[in-house]
Design a protein around this ligand. Structure first.
Ligand code: GLV
Length: 319
């Protein structure tokens, strides 16, 4: 019986699927990130692994895998895995694209609205007993209509976010390494340089994968280009923005606000961020809907079952 090691409890659909297909599931069942020692022990003789973005599959981990045919990451991002080394070792790596696109775009818009309308600040104000009645100048925010919405990375999530932003009356521009004809047609969007996007956007929203090229892509110089009235949103990976530089522009009120679902050193959040009023901070919940997580679990399981049955994976990250 082939063994599938799963590094943490995932939603039922994937587990059911694997059971029905007759695989033996070994699960790290405590509700916390698996400690490294247990991870290395668990993957040793597994035929397949379902991993989370919080599990690091570096050379050391991959070298421990004696039988593993596939690492099925239960996430669309796969920066937690040394892909080049997995490839060298002929281990297939899959992710979970498509199934979380809408949920992540929804959360992006939730952050945009929270920042623009100062929702967390407003709620804190009310819960703090400060609400004395309607006031003409109370907690004024920013209207989205006619604002320039800059999408950094016009992939699937960038596309769905643009769709939502357009519905709010925003004008879309984008930065991407490639020209995206479909994106341009759908949103009458212009492709611009990153500098130009940072300069002219009222809202900047990051939708890139994290890799060597995108690490700190949005650095101090880029952040300094932003308008005083602008907002930056990150639902991708924390390391794409230089967090220290972002804190500095927020402290100096050089931009209006930031909405962050991801951080450079998760799960640690820089204490300076916690002190700021002009940020909305979420604990990496972009894909955290029942629907998306069920689909992610099932897709990861289907990738495992396909590979262990001698078939092609559904969503490989390399060919
Ligand atoms: C979440 O961040 C994911 O990559 O799926």
């Amino acid at each position: 019986m082939k063994k599938v090691f799963i590094t943490r409890i995932i939603p039922e659909p994937g587990l059911n699927y694997l059971r029905q297909k007759g695989f033996k599931i070994e699960l790290y069942s405590e509700d916390r990130t698996i400690p490294r020692k247990q991870l290395l022990a668990g993957i040793k003789d597994a035929d397949a692994v379902i991993s989370l973005l919080t599990d690091k599959f570096d050379r050391e981990a991959i070298d421990k895998m004696n039988n593993c045919q596939i690492i099925a990451n239960h996430a669309v991002g796969f920066n937690n895995i040394d892909i080049d080394y997995a490839k060298e070792k002929k281990i297939i790596v899959t992710n979970t694209p498509e199934v979380l696109t809408e949920s992540t775009a929804d959360l992006t818009m939730a952050l945009v609205l929270s920042c623009a309308r100062r929702l967390t600040e407003a709620e804190k104000f009310l819960r703090g007993g400060k609400f004395e009645g309607w006031k003409p100048m109370l907690l004024l925010g920013i209207e989205l209509k006619d604002k320039v919405f800059g999408i950094v990375g016009a992939g699937r999530i960038g596309f769905e976010t643009a769709k939502r932003a357009k519905a709010f009356g925003c004008r879309i521009i984008y930065f991407d390494n490639e020209k995206k004809a479909n994106f341009e047609k759908e949103f009458s969007a212009r492709r611009v340089s990153l500098n130009s996007l940072m300069l002219s956007s009222d809202i900047v929203s990051v939708h890139l994968p994290l890799n060597k090229k995108t690490h700190h892509l949005i650095n101090r110089d880029k952040l300094k280009l932003m308008k005083k009235s602008s907002i930056i949103i990150n639902t991708a990976r924390g390391e794409i923005i230089d967090e220290k530089a972002l804190i500095s522009v927020l402290e100096k009120k050089q931009i209006f606000a930031a909405g962050l679902d991801v951080f450079e050193k998760e799960p640690n959040v820089n204490k300076k961020l916690l002190k700021l009023e002009n940020v909305v901070l979420l604990p990496h919940i972009g894909s955290a809907t029942i629907e998306a997580r069920n689909r992610m679990s099932l897709l990861a399981a289907k990738n495992v079952a396909a590979v262990l049955s001698g078939n092609k994976p559904l969503t490989p990250v390399y060919n």
